[in-house]
Design a protein around this ligand. Sequence first.
Ligand code: KIV
Ligand code: ZN
Length: 498
Amino acid sequence: MSDKVFIFDTTLRDGEQVPGCQLNTVEKIQVAKALESLGVDVIEAGFPVSSPGDFNSVVEISKAVTWPTICALTRSVEKDIDVAAEALKYAKRKRIHTGIGTSDYHIKYKFNSNRDEILQRAIACVKYAKKYVEDVEFYAEDAGRTDNEYLARVVEAVIKAGATVVNIPDTTGYCLPDVYGAKIRYLMENVPNIHKAVISTHCHNDLGMATANTMSGILNGARQVEVAVNGVGERAGNTSLEEIAMILRCHKNLGVHTDINTQHIMHSSRLVSSLMNMPVQPNKAVVGRNAFAHSSGIHQDGVLKNRENYEIMDPKDVGIDENSIVLTARSGRAALKHRLQLLGVEIGDERLQEVYQEFLKLADRKKVINDEDILLLTGEERSEKKRIKLDHLQVVSGKGVRAVASITLDIAGEKFEATASGNGPVDAGIKALKRIINREMTLQEFLIQAIAKGSDDTGKVHMQVEHQGSVYYGFSGNTDIITASIEAYIDAINKFVD
Ligand code: KIV
Ligand code: ZN
């Protein structure tokens, strides 16, 4: 059996079915190109018969993408298959993904039919799709709750009809990992022509078991996995692409691998999250903001001594530059010293001891200590050292008016003024700023942290600004979040201006 696990990405089909997360064709092409760089084998680009928009996206993705196979979903309906074949016209490699529900629930309550009739429909849809393309994948919807003996009959019949891949979806996310694995094993051992097709997993995460079930499928013989970036998808979503890719990378002893270029994971995750307006939970495995952030003193000290003490993955392998250590009341002296070094502050052991005591007192009051706090504790006032400072900012914004910002910057003691409009107060402020500082720079990340209590509390802004291929981090806190945003941008700029 092959040692390669094929990655079938369904971010743009099953993933995109989430209400409120729909993408337009241009955005889908952006995601498809990112998936191509990531190294996925198959991109499920849509369900063409479902809408003209979906049809058009499959057409345009087929034109835009070179290496991965482009796949289009259909029901076991001839019209669906005709439309899918038409949408795939420009694809260099194409696949039709057709199928029908095989569980007794679906047979009885969805189709008002019986097992024999469904078996015949399964065979017919594969044969019909075969008229158009060589590569036909069959899905047995709700296979997770389908009787294994009947499922084996269906799988044997569709392979005989020409299916190259057979998908065994746990549509409802109900299966336990050992049960799902046993189902795949049963098929491997009881379907006589199984070696003529690739068996695929397609696991939903309703009970939080999608990744475990997918792994169990692989361990029992599946060689394609259907996944989505960030695990997006209806309800609790699909199996996360990044989790499977990193599990197989970390556990090389399993003897199977994917062709995923893992250093592109973080970029793809952020792209999908921002285009779909779907934040990634901070503690999400592999791609969450905290996935590599150690906050306990023992862990921080251990990581600083040797990363492998507490990290099983190198953050660089998923495309993260630096291990971000969060400083809290549980942080030790070593972590504080390390952060001070990163900030360019060198202090002796005696002074470190004093600053550490002050740090602990502050950490008791504040959940997370930021760089500005640390510099204040050491007596280093970062803003004093800044070449560029915000001198004055006035913004007019509101509903029904275009935002306008007037800004005055103090650059090494000299004052510069500019005004600009934008599609919001922060956009207007940044545009005015760029009229004064004429450098190529792009805002990459913009996070306004939740205010702890009360509308008069300080808002904290974290930003990442890209300049000539490097990313610079900026921070500011202010009771006025527009001011904090512009100051954070300036904070980042100060790191690369001379
Ligand atoms: O979850 C499922 O069963 C599906 C099929 C249409 C493949 O998404
Ligand atoms: Zn699904």
